[in-house]
Design a protein around this ligand. Structure first.
Ligand code: BTN
Length: 261
Protein backbone atom coordinates (compact mmCIF):
# COMPACT_ATOMS: atom_id res chain seq x y z
CA UNK A 1 0.00 0.00 0.00
CA UNK A 2 1.36 3.45 -0.83
CA UNK A 3 1.42 6.49 1.41
CA UNK A 4 -1.10 8.26 -0.86
CA UNK A 5 -3.73 5.55 -0.40
CA UNK A 6 -3.13 5.41 3.33
CA UNK A 7 -3.63 9.15 3.87
CA UNK A 8 -4.56 10.14 7.42
CA UNK A 9 -7.94 11.83 7.43
CA UNK A 10 -9.78 13.21 10.47
CA UNK A 11 -13.26 12.79 8.91
CA UNK A 12 -12.52 9.18 7.95
CA UNK A 13 -11.28 8.46 11.49
CA UNK A 14 -14.43 9.97 13.07
CA UNK A 15 -16.65 8.09 10.60
CA UNK A 16 -14.99 4.80 11.53
CA UNK A 17 -15.41 5.41 15.29
CA UNK A 18 -18.50 4.44 17.24
CA UNK A 19 -20.71 7.53 17.19
CA UNK A 20 -20.80 7.77 20.99
CA UNK A 21 -17.00 8.14 21.16
CA UNK A 22 -16.68 10.28 18.01
CA UNK A 23 -19.12 12.80 19.51
CA UNK A 24 -16.99 13.13 22.62
CA UNK A 25 -13.76 14.09 20.85
CA UNK A 26 -13.25 17.82 21.34
CA UNK A 27 -10.92 18.31 18.39
CA UNK A 28 -9.25 15.84 16.03
CA UNK A 29 -6.54 17.05 13.67
CA UNK A 30 -4.31 15.22 11.22
CA UNK A 31 -1.25 17.22 10.21
CA UNK A 32 1.62 16.49 7.88
CA UNK A 33 4.56 17.17 10.17
CA UNK A 34 5.47 18.41 13.63
CA UNK A 35 8.46 18.05 15.92
CA UNK A 36 6.46 15.86 18.31
CA UNK A 37 2.70 15.55 18.74
CA UNK A 38 3.23 15.35 22.52
CA UNK A 39 5.37 18.50 22.50
CA UNK A 40 2.79 20.36 20.41
CA UNK A 41 -0.09 19.55 22.78
CA UNK A 42 2.10 20.49 25.75
CA UNK A 43 2.81 23.85 24.06
CA UNK A 44 -0.93 24.44 23.56
CA UNK A 45 -1.29 24.16 27.32
CA UNK A 46 -4.25 23.61 29.60
CA UNK A 47 -6.59 26.03 27.79
CA UNK A 48 -7.03 23.69 24.83
CA UNK A 49 -10.26 21.75 24.30
CA UNK A 50 -10.61 18.67 26.47
CA UNK A 51 -10.14 15.43 24.53
CA UNK A 52 -8.09 17.03 21.76
CA UNK A 53 -6.36 14.55 19.46
CA UNK A 54 -3.39 15.40 17.28
CA UNK A 55 -2.02 12.95 14.71
CA UNK A 56 1.00 13.63 12.54
CA UNK A 57 2.11 11.82 9.42
CA UNK A 58 5.71 12.37 10.49
CA UNK A 59 7.55 13.78 13.52
CA UNK A 60 10.92 15.49 13.20
CA UNK A 61 11.79 15.04 16.89
CA UNK A 62 9.54 12.22 18.11
CA UNK A 63 10.03 11.54 21.81
CA UNK A 64 10.30 8.15 23.46
CA UNK A 65 10.50 7.17 27.08
CA UNK A 66 13.55 8.26 29.14
CA UNK A 67 14.59 10.95 26.66
CA UNK A 68 15.04 8.51 23.79
CA UNK A 69 14.15 9.45 20.21
CA UNK A 70 11.10 7.91 18.54
CA UNK A 71 11.76 7.25 14.86
CA UNK A 72 8.86 8.74 12.97
CA UNK A 73 9.14 8.22 9.19
CA UNK A 74 6.27 9.60 7.05
CA UNK A 75 3.41 7.73 5.40
CA UNK A 76 3.72 4.63 7.50
CA UNK A 77 3.02 4.60 11.22
CA UNK A 78 0.74 6.15 13.81
CA UNK A 79 1.95 9.08 15.91
CA UNK A 80 -0.97 10.22 18.05
CA UNK A 81 -1.31 12.43 21.11
CA UNK A 82 -4.41 13.09 23.15
CA UNK A 83 -5.01 15.84 25.71
CA UNK A 84 -7.34 15.00 28.60
CA UNK A 85 -8.17 16.68 31.89
CA UNK A 86 -8.04 14.59 35.07
CA UNK A 87 -9.26 15.37 38.56
CA UNK A 88 -6.89 12.76 40.03
CA UNK A 89 -3.67 13.91 41.69
CA UNK A 90 -0.46 13.53 39.60
CA UNK A 91 0.78 10.77 41.93
CA UNK A 92 -2.41 8.80 41.14
CA UNK A 93 -1.72 9.01 37.40
CA UNK A 94 1.28 6.67 37.73
CA UNK A 95 -0.68 3.70 36.38
CA UNK A 96 -2.24 5.63 33.50
CA UNK A 97 0.23 4.39 30.89
CA UNK A 98 -0.61 0.79 31.88
CA UNK A 99 -4.34 1.43 31.41
CA UNK A 100 -3.68 3.07 28.03
CA UNK A 101 -1.48 0.12 27.03
CA UNK A 102 -4.29 -2.30 27.88
CA UNK A 103 -6.78 -0.26 25.81
CA UNK A 104 -4.42 -0.12 22.81
CA UNK A 105 -3.63 -3.84 22.96
CA UNK A 106 -7.34 -4.68 23.23
CA UNK A 107 -8.06 -2.42 20.24
CA UNK A 108 -5.46 -4.29 18.20
CA UNK A 109 -6.86 -7.66 19.29
CA UNK A 110 -10.30 -6.46 18.18
CA UNK A 111 -8.78 -5.76 14.75
CA UNK A 112 -7.39 -9.31 14.61
CA UNK A 113 -3.81 -8.72 15.77
CA UNK A 114 -4.05 -11.37 18.47
CA UNK A 115 -0.29 -11.60 19.08
CA UNK A 116 -0.07 -8.13 20.65
CA UNK A 117 1.18 -8.19 24.25
CA UNK A 118 2.35 -5.68 26.86
CA UNK A 119 5.75 -5.17 28.41
CA UNK A 120 6.02 -3.13 31.57
CA UNK A 121 5.77 -0.23 31.78
CA UNK A 122 4.51 1.03 28.44
CA UNK A 123 5.55 -1.13 25.49
CA UNK A 124 3.36 -2.90 22.99
CA UNK A 125 5.13 -6.07 21.86
CA UNK A 126 4.47 -8.85 19.37
CA UNK A 127 6.65 -11.91 18.82
CA UNK A 128 9.02 -10.47 21.45
CA UNK A 129 9.63 -7.33 19.37
CA UNK A 130 8.58 -3.74 19.92
CA UNK A 131 5.38 -2.76 18.12
CA UNK A 132 4.65 0.51 19.89
CA UNK A 133 4.91 2.57 23.03
CA UNK A 134 3.03 5.01 25.22
CA UNK A 135 4.52 8.25 26.55
CA UNK A 136 2.50 10.21 29.08
CA UNK A 137 3.48 13.75 30.02
CA UNK A 138 1.62 15.58 32.78
CA UNK A 139 0.36 19.14 32.93
CA UNK A 140 -1.62 20.76 35.75
CA UNK A 141 -4.85 18.75 36.17
CA UNK A 142 -4.35 17.14 32.77
CA UNK A 143 -2.17 14.80 30.73
CA UNK A 144 -0.87 14.42 27.21
CA UNK A 145 -1.04 10.77 26.22
CA UNK A 146 1.21 9.87 23.29
CA UNK A 147 1.03 6.65 21.30
CA UNK A 148 3.53 5.52 18.70
CA UNK A 149 2.47 2.43 16.77
CA UNK A 150 4.50 0.75 14.03
CA UNK A 151 2.04 0.13 11.23
CA UNK A 152 4.36 -0.32 8.26
CA UNK A 153 8.00 0.58 8.92
CA UNK A 154 9.59 1.59 5.59
CA UNK A 155 12.58 -0.57 4.65
CA UNK A 156 14.65 2.58 4.25
CA UNK A 157 14.41 3.44 7.95
CA UNK A 158 14.26 -0.09 9.35
CA UNK A 159 18.04 -0.26 9.81
CA UNK A 160 18.19 2.92 11.87
CA UNK A 161 16.07 1.56 14.75
CA UNK A 162 18.28 0.44 17.60
CA UNK A 163 16.04 -2.33 18.98
CA UNK A 164 14.17 -5.40 17.78
CA UNK A 165 10.96 -4.07 16.21
CA UNK A 166 7.94 -5.33 14.39
CA UNK A 167 4.96 -3.71 12.71
CA UNK A 168 1.30 -4.53 12.06
CA UNK A 169 2.05 -5.31 8.41
CA UNK A 170 4.30 -8.17 9.57
CA UNK A 171 1.61 -9.53 11.88
CA UNK A 172 -1.37 -9.69 9.57
CA UNK A 173 -3.43 -8.10 6.85
CA UNK A 174 -2.07 -4.87 5.41
CA UNK A 175 -3.55 -2.27 7.72
CA UNK A 176 -4.84 1.25 6.96
CA UNK A 177 -4.16 3.95 9.52
CA UNK A 178 -7.61 5.59 9.70
CA UNK A 179 -9.52 2.49 10.90
CA UNK A 180 -6.64 1.57 13.22
CA UNK A 181 -6.77 5.04 14.76
CA UNK A 182 -10.55 4.81 15.11
CA UNK A 183 -10.28 1.46 16.92
CA UNK A 184 -7.56 2.81 19.22
CA UNK A 185 -9.64 5.87 20.14
CA UNK A 186 -12.79 3.75 20.60
CA UNK A 187 -10.90 1.74 23.22
CA UNK A 188 -8.71 4.43 24.78
CA UNK A 189 -11.43 7.06 25.43
CA UNK A 190 -13.61 4.79 27.62
CA UNK A 191 -10.46 3.47 29.31
CA UNK A 192 -9.52 7.02 30.33
CA UNK A 193 -12.99 7.53 31.81
CA UNK A 194 -12.67 4.29 33.75
CA UNK A 195 -9.20 5.21 34.97
CA UNK A 196 -10.45 8.63 36.11
CA UNK A 197 -13.30 6.96 38.01
CA UNK A 198 -11.62 3.85 39.44
CA UNK A 199 -7.86 4.12 38.92
CA UNK A 200 -5.71 1.19 37.79
CA UNK A 201 -7.67 -1.55 39.58
CA UNK A 202 -10.08 -2.41 36.71
CA UNK A 203 -7.07 -2.81 34.39
CA UNK A 204 -4.78 -4.97 36.51
CA UNK A 205 -6.16 -8.36 35.51
CA UNK A 206 -6.50 -7.27 31.90
CA UNK A 207 -2.88 -6.08 31.92
CA UNK A 208 -1.71 -9.38 33.37
CA UNK A 209 -3.67 -11.34 30.74
CA UNK A 210 -1.59 -9.49 28.12
CA UNK A 211 1.74 -9.58 30.00
CA UNK A 212 4.51 -10.65 27.58
CA UNK A 213 6.89 -11.46 30.45
CA UNK A 214 4.53 -13.19 32.89
CA UNK A 215 6.49 -15.66 35.05
CA UNK A 216 9.58 -15.22 32.88
CA UNK A 217 13.13 -14.75 34.10
CA UNK A 218 14.00 -11.08 33.61
CA UNK A 219 16.78 -8.57 34.05
CA UNK A 220 15.83 -5.26 35.61
CA UNK A 221 18.08 -2.22 35.26
CA UNK A 222 17.14 0.29 37.97
CA UNK A 223 19.52 3.23 37.69
CA UNK A 224 23.02 1.80 38.15
CA UNK A 225 21.72 -1.43 39.71
CA UNK A 226 21.03 -4.64 37.80
CA UNK A 227 18.71 -7.31 39.19
CA UNK A 228 17.73 -10.77 38.00
CA UNK A 229 14.48 -12.43 38.98
CA UNK A 230 11.08 -13.71 37.89
CA UNK A 231 8.44 -11.25 36.69
CA UNK A 232 5.24 -11.52 38.77
CA UNK A 233 3.00 -8.95 37.07
CA UNK A 234 2.02 -5.53 38.38
CA UNK A 235 1.38 -4.14 41.84
CA UNK A 236 -1.68 -2.05 42.80
CA UNK A 237 0.26 1.17 42.15
CA UNK A 238 1.42 0.02 38.70
CA UNK A 239 4.94 -0.98 39.74
CA UNK A 240 6.52 -4.18 38.39
CA UNK A 241 6.65 -7.06 40.88
CA UNK A 242 9.78 -9.18 40.60
CA UNK A 243 10.72 -12.22 42.65
CA UNK A 244 14.42 -11.75 43.47
CA UNK A 245 16.64 -14.24 45.35
CA UNK A 246 16.26 -11.97 48.44
CA UNK A 247 12.44 -11.77 48.10
CA UNK A 248 9.84 -9.79 46.18
CA UNK A 249 10.57 -6.23 45.13
CA UNK A 250 8.41 -3.70 43.30
CA UNK A 251 10.12 -1.50 40.70
CA UNK A 252 8.68 1.85 39.66
CA UNK A 253 11.19 3.12 37.15
CA UNK A 254 13.40 0.62 35.38
CA UNK A 255 14.24 -1.07 32.09
CA UNK A 256 13.22 -4.70 31.87
CA UNK A 257 14.47 -7.35 29.46
CA UNK A 258 14.20 -11.09 29.22
CA UNK A 259 17.16 -12.90 30.78
CA UNK A 260 19.10 -14.74 28.07
CA UNK A 261 18.81 -18.49 28.56
C1 BTN B 1 8.33 4.68 24.14
O1 BTN B 1 9.47 5.08 24.36
O2 BTN B 1 8.07 3.48 24.00
C2 BTN B 1 7.21 5.67 23.99
C3 BTN B 1 7.09 6.15 22.56
C4 BTN B 1 5.98 7.17 22.36
C5 BTN B 1 6.00 7.74 20.97
C6 BTN B 1 4.80 8.61 20.70
S1 BTN B 1 4.61 9.00 18.98
C7 BTN B 1 3.36 10.14 19.38
C8 BTN B 1 3.82 10.88 20.62
N1 BTN B 1 4.69 11.97 20.27
C9 BTN B 1 5.93 11.78 20.69
O3 BTN B 1 6.88 12.57 20.49
N2 BTN B 1 6.03 10.63 21.35
C10 BTN B 1 4.76 9.95 21.40
Amino acid sequence: MTATIDRLDADAICAAMTSVQALRVGRLECIASVDSTNAELLRRGTEQTDLSVLIADTQTAGRGRRGRAWHSPPGANLYLSLYRRFTRQPRELGGLSLAVGVACAEALHALGYFEVRLKWPNDLLARGRKLGGVLIELMPASAVIGLGLNVRIPVTTADTIDQAWTDLATLGATPARNPITAAVLDHVLPALDRFEADGLEPFRQRWEALDAYADQEVRVQDGMELFSGRALGIARDGGLRVHLPQGERVFHSADVSLRPT
